[in-house]
Design a protein around this ligand. Structure first.
Ligand code: NAG
Ligand code: NAG
Length: 398
């Protein structure tokens, strides 16, 4: 039997959920909104877009006509503009700093705003700044409000280095991917960063410990498609909260790993690592397969030599591999236990193809495409020398 809610609860419900009518907008906020709309090229404001409904014969927070201010803003109960979130309607403008001191969210995603990112440091309440997928140019602004939690400037045409000392204590998400940023990684990053994405830029130099060592909350690191080089050192995979790593399409030459564990249980969260299409030579680190949560690893398209360590077996420590791409290297010896059993190819995505492996015919799904030709493998391993298991670190033919 369903019991009717007691009347007191119903009363409480209305008390908490009937929002008091928003006050009229503070005049200075109306003026700032109007200036914002006026800055946008009128020809880029389609009649069906959000901005077309911004009709200042109405009050923005308490429009007299239902078809006015239908979207794009959020007001506080005191009649202050706290959020501007525009629809992706092709708006085009040089962006000025909006004179909205209580603005917490500014999201202009996927439009045609251009020019430099203005100085927004006066917006002391700003938590979210999303200017992704526009046409902004110039540098990443060095001064940003310290209240910022999310900064997404991805898919623009920003140039120059990542500013050093982005000391934003609350920043959790930093996405500068798919711009034209250059220079090295900065020597420090915001200390409470959770997700860092710098994909698709021209960031060069090495992955140095001082940049990352204080980032205890860092879960996602996306540095793919840059010009990073040198050795990825063992401390990296031991960052305590690290879960996902994309370093594909760089110029790394070596990778090291240490066993996970230790005092803080470091490495226990690591789920996915993509090292594909670098210039990594030497052996595949056996220790990486001992990270208990690691379920996806790609090292395809490198210069790895030697055997696949037995730790990479199908029933490895912790989670089994769901993705394992080691194709396009010079790995030799046998495929580790379990992978070539019938049906295995349907249980995971992966490839051991295009290596120097024994007993890994191209007819087995996980072994396709075929292995490298014998002559090439022999050349790499210089068969006949005294220590065939320790080939020259850089295969000469590359
Ligand atoms: C704004 O609203 C008023 C009153 O509804 C209307 O007369 C006017 O045409 C509107 N302006 C625009 C630009 O739509
Ligand atoms: C790396 O480059 C290849 C080939 O250009 C491309 O197909 C792939 O999407 C890139 N991967 C990443 C993660 O950037």
């Amino acid at each position: 039997m369903v019991m009717a809610p007691p009347p007191l609860l119903i009363l409480l419900f209305f008390f908490f959920f009937s929002v008091p009518a928003t006050s009229k907008t503070l005049p200075s906020d109306v003026a700032a909104l109007r200036a914002f709309k006026d800055s946008i090229s009128p020809s880029s404001i389609n009649p069906w877009s959000c901005l077309a409904s911004w009709n200042f014969t109405s009050d923005p927070c308490r429009p007299e006509t239902p078809s006015h201010f239908t979207c794009g803003i959020v007001c506080s109960s005191a009649g202050r503009i706290v959020s501007i979130t525009l629809d992706p309607a092709g708006y085009s403008a040089r962006l000025d700093t909006p004179a909205l001191p209580l603005l917490a969210h500014l999201d202009l995603f996927d439009n045609s705003f251009y020019g430099p990112v203005p100085d927004l440091s006066s917006l002391r309440s700003l938590q979210t700044l999303v200017l992704a997928s526009n046409s902004f140019s110039g540098a990443v602004p060095p001064a940003l409000p310290s209240s910022l939690q999310t900064l997404d400037l991805s898919r623009n045409s920003l140039t120059g280095p990542i500013p050093a000392g982005l000391a934003l204590p609350n920043l959790a998400t930093l996405d500068l991917s798919f711009n034209r940023l250059s220079g090295p990684l900065p020597s420090s990053l915001p200390p409470n960063l959770v997700a860092l994405s710098l994909r698709g830029n021209s960031i060069a130099g090495s992955i140095a410990r001082p940049t990352f060592e204080r980032l205890k909350r860092l879960e996602v690191v996306e540095l793919g498609a840059n010009r990073l080089e040198g050795k990825l050192e063992a401390w990296f995979f031991l960052l305590p909260s690290l879960q996902q790593v994309d370093l594909a399409n760089n110029s790394l030459t070596a990778v090291e790993a240490r066993r996970p564990g230790g005092a803080a249980g470091s490495g226990g969260q690591l789920v996915a690592v993509d090292l594909s299409f670098n210039r990594i030579a030497g052996a595949l680190p056996a220790e990486l397969a001992e990270y208990p949560a690691l379920a996806a690893l790609s090292a395809r398209g490198n210069r790895l030599t030697g055997q696949i360590p037995w730790q990479y077996r199908w029933s490895k420590k912790g989670a089994p591999f769901r993705r394992l791409f080691l194709d396009g290297n010079f790995l030799n010896g046998k495929v580790p236990d379990g992978f070539l059993a019938p049906q295995q190819g349907e249980m995971m995505a992966g490839s051991f193809g295009d290596n120097c492996l024994e007993s890994c015919p191209g007819s087995v799904p996980l072994c396709s495409p075929v292995q490298k030709p014998d002559w090439l493998c022999k050349q790499v391993y210089r068969i006949g020398q005294k220590r065939p298991r320790k080939p020259s670190p850089t295969p000469g033919v590359l």
